[in-house]
Design a protein around this ligand. Structure first.
Ligand code: F6R
Length: 610
């Protein structure tokens, strides 16, 4: 949420910052702004709306310095208008700051500053931090010290980049709870909320830790704690390519990412799946193997789409590894009093690795002595670093705000973990080989689903004017129903609900009439007959039935209005295939309705506020 970028170097500052903002725009797109040097003074230009609106205002601007900061906003405090847009300035106009996060004590800080005669132009918490830095700078005349002392007074979360007109070759960035990484180039530095804004200039990056800051000057940088103790950091190499951040010929990132799943699923199990042994090698978990084997209970915590994959994981782990599993919304976990046992293990699932609620759940668990593991996409992200071990899903950058490929890769990794733990327990080699073989076939089976894209688009077109949808599934397909409904509402703003199919008769059936499309995930498994009965119940009430069914199932054609076939696989792996037509239905409906698929209203990719 909110993208931040700061640059110090010899390139044209505004160009680097704008390119960075475009890469970070998936994090928020309510407004955008930039501060740069013009004849020794800081000039700030900001505008509500997308980065392209800001870009228009920058044409012809005479940017003369070698330092600047920029921001793309997902509004928390204050309407997304021009005034509330970042960067913010202090009263003297010397300090300029961009912020991602929430300053929780901003009201009391603001009161104190107001008493001292400072005034405010915006409704934001971020301006309060800027004014506070400015006030301390006025007294101390030491920019770095002013930033440190101000941050020490702040409660809440921040990722900031800040500059001072008296120090035209110094960039300071800091973090607590919100991500911040900086790249080290050839006599140039770029700080950003994530590495996608950096990769164009350098692959060498340092991820800041909580309560850490970096002070970057022309000749080098120093990292230190906010208390002013020097710190040492490893320089990491970004492990993906620039092309992965481009649309590659697709109209939208979401479509590109849907069509990457044949390879991303493979990347998730590559080098890990031991087909001949019916087993799995998971280097990232080897140190906690025994702990996991002995675990009395696994708690999986996540948000949104990742929470849906957690539900699939629950079924897999209980059935293969015979360990009781509970799935918790990360946002709820720490605000109740969960009963935890020292033999419990927490697994946090997150694409971004930065979701504030999930991070808070990890903190709650680890403070209470529970081992926390991560299933994460973004390498070096906060969740990857705050957990004691874990497995990367290796899906590559996911830019479309609606998560697609991360979901199928998360389930693939959960299947690997379930198989691995199962084999440590009672799962036979024969059963293990069956699962491993089925997993190996998934990439080709996904490609088969891609061949049906025209058919799926035609169905999407036919129902694009419906204002409500129901998604129903049972067993492993229930989380798929939830995910299908979430995709549709996120990007097309159509009301959609996912339900366990049998629950329909306990309420939602009242909604069904001849205008209601009902998407059934009705693949062949041991409860297939039951779901057929549920389909009949909808049919009897003239609902329109779109069924996702197993190839070769002709019976379903007699009850459904439309059937989209997917290849046969094991029930536990069905979600990986069944979700793809649902992603495509949501995508094509949103396109038909003219919605902004990659940047749906009110959403942001990485939810770094609670
Ligand atoms: C849905 C979506 C969100 C995320 C959720 C968790 O398409 O993108 O629901 O799944 O915000 O995000 P991560 O997985 O980054 O923790």
């Amino acid at each position: 949420m909110c993208g931040i970028v700061g640059y110090l170097g010899a390139r044209r500052v505004n160009d680097v910052l704008l390119t960075g903002l475009k890469r970070l725009e998936y994090r928020g797109y309510d407004s955008a702004g930039i501060s740069f040097f013009e004849n020794g003074n800081i000039k700030t230009i900001k505008k509500s709306g997308k980065v392209t609106e800001l870009e228009k205002l920058l044409i012809g601007e005479n940017c003369t310095g070698s330092l600047g900061i920029a921001h793309t906003r997902w509004a928390t405090h204050g309407e997304p208008n021009d005034t509330n847009a970042h960067p913010h300035s202090d009263q003297s106009g010397k300090i300029s700051l961009v912020h991602n996060g929430i300053i929780e004590n901003y009201i009391s800080l603001k009161k104190g500053l107001t008493k001292d005669g400072y005034t405010f132009r915006t409704e934001t918490d971020s301006e309060v931090l800027t004014v506070l830095i400015g006030a301390i700078y006025e007294a101390e005349n030491d920019f770095e010290k002013a930033v440190r002392l101000a941050l020490a007074q702040v409660e809440g979360t921040f990722g900031i980049a800040v500059i001072c007109s008296d120090n035209p070759v110094q960039l300071i960035a800091a973090r607590r709870g919100s991500p911040m990484v900086f790249g080290i180039g050839n006599n140039e530095y770029i700080a950003a909320s994530d590495a996608s804004a950096i990769i164009q200039y350098t692959r060498s990056v340092v991820y800041l830790s909580d309560n850490e800051m970096v002070v970057i000057n022309k000749d080098g940088f120093q990292t230190k704690t906010i208390e002013n103790d020097l710190t040492k950091n490893k320089i990491h190499q970004i492990d993906y390519d620039l092309e992965q951040l481009e649309k590659g010929g697709f109209n939208h990132f979401m479509l590109k990412e849907i069509f990457e799943q044949n390879s991303t699923v493979k990347d998730a199990f590559r080098g890990r799946l031991l087909v001949d042994e019916g087993n799995v090698r998971l280097g990232g978990l080897s140190d906690v193997a025994e702990k996991l084997r002995k675990a009395k209970r696994i708690i999986i915590t996540a948000c949104g789409t990742s929470w849906h994959s957690a539900l699939v994981g629950e079924y897999m782990l209980e059935s293969l590894a015979e360990i009781p599993v509970e799935v918790e919304y990360a946002s709820e976990f720490r605000y109740r009093n969960p009963i935890l046992d020292e033999d419990d293990i927490l697994i946090a699932i997150s694409q971004s690795g930065e979701t504030a609620d999930t991070l808070a759940a990890i903190k709650e668990a680890t403070q209470r002595g529970i081992t926390a593991l991560g299933i994460v996409n973004v390498v070096g992200s906060s969740i990857a670093r705050d957990t004691s071990a874990g497995v990367y899903i290796h899906a590559g950058p996911e830019i479309g705000v609606a998560s697609t490929k991360a979901f199928t890769s998360q389930i693939t990794v959960l299947a690997l973990i379930a198989l691995w733990l199962g084999r440590m327990k009672n799962l036979s080699a024969t059963q293990g080989k069956r699962i491993a073989n089925a997993m190996k076939q998934l990439p080709e089976q996904i490609e088969k689903i891609y061949e049906k894209v025209d058919e799926i688009k035609a169905i999407a077109d036919e129902y694009s004017s419906s204002r409500n949808f129901l998604y129903l599934g049972r067993g492993y397909n229930f989380p798929v129903a939830l995910e299908g409904a979430l995709k549709l509402k996120e990007i097309s703003y159509i009301h959609a609900e996912g339900y366990p199919a049998a629950e329909m008769k306990h309420g939602p059936i009242a909604l069904i009439d001849d205008n209601m499309p009902v998407v059934f995930i009705a693949t062949k498994d041991e409860i297939y007959d039951k779901i057929l009965s549920n389909i009949q119940e909808v049919r009897a009430r003239r609902g329109k039935i779109i069924a996702i069914a197993t190839e070769g199932d002709t019976l379903i054609q007699t009850v459904a209005n439309h059937v989209i076939y997917i290849p046969e696989t094991l029930p536990m792996l069905t979600p990986i295939l069944a979700v793809i037509p649902l992603q495509l239905i949501a995508y094509y409906i949103a396109v038909k309705l003219g919605c902004n698929v990659d940047q749906p209203r009110n959403l942001a990719k990485s939810v770094t506020v609670e």
